[in-house]
Ligand binder design. Sequence first.
Ligand code: GDP
Length: 331
Amino acid sequence: MKRRKLSTQELIDGIRSGNRIVLSRAITLVESQREEDIQQAEQLLEAILPLTGQSFRLGITGVPGVGKSTFIESFGTLLTQQGKKLAVLTIDPSSQRTRGSILGDKTRMEELSRNPNAFIRPSASGSTLGGVSGKTREVMLLCEAAGFDFIIIETVGVGQSETHVRGMVDFFLLLMLAGAGDELQGIKKGIMEMADAVVINKADGDNLKAAKRAKAEYQNALHLFPANPSGWLPQVKTCSSLDRNGLDGVFEMLQKFEQQVQANGYFNKNRSDQQVSWFKENLNELLKISFFKKPEVRTLYEQKLKEVQEGKTPALNAAHEVLGAFWPATE
Ligand code: GDP
């Protein structure tokens, strides 16, 4: 049976009142690629904009197995105990390829998924055209409008979506493990540079000593990175997501960060910069999409691609020729 389409006003009212079913429907709408949905989604986003921006946005990354879902389950529970309303958006770069994805596992965050003050939603990472944009930002805005005041965006630390997530959060947290000397190799240095904090998970049992050692090593490593424009010095913490130890330390760190960057003006500046980048990224992507929509462009593109491959046409000339096919022919 086909569900009745909700009007934009019904969506706005539902979101405002914190209705999760309506929120889910709104998210599906915003993620849709259908022409008529895109229009309604934009009306909706415009209408809810004044209700957004009031949350703290936390990005979490780390290699598979580091304990991201366990951490979010435990830390998220702590957040709700602190009176927060938490939305967790998981970005899974593999979801497009495999459908049955690692993050799709139903057993992830079981406790949190039953928590009335938490909302968990997987989010596809990119468009079919190879862009990295996805709609996670827009989904985040919908969640904020629905009253969620703490947003966690989780991504698998394999180097594809980190920069993207860094660009939409206030604080970027890298989860790591204590290892035998190979601590800095499991994760790309660039990701480490983006982190506002490294949290060493599984600091429990036999691992406790190694975790403490790793903490000192990471602290030294972080000192070597260029200063953060926020004025915040990246921190290193240890925790056990399983035993739920050290999580309050992470929470206090985030509070401290928020106080500091609110006071020095970086919080608002960063958000404003992020919005501008998002506008530019969208414009780029939309340009690309409308460009390749034109059949003449696609045909000439394939032809020129081959010529460039075979060394028959200089790359720059080929690019100009394809661009020429985009503009309507003039007499
Ligand atoms: P993800 O792939 O990063 O989401 O990792 P998971 O949260 O699924 O955790 C991977 C494995 O590590 C699971 O078997 C967890 O039970 C275990 N794990 C997660 N956090 C901890 C922790 O703090 N201590 C210990 N000992 N094990 C943990």
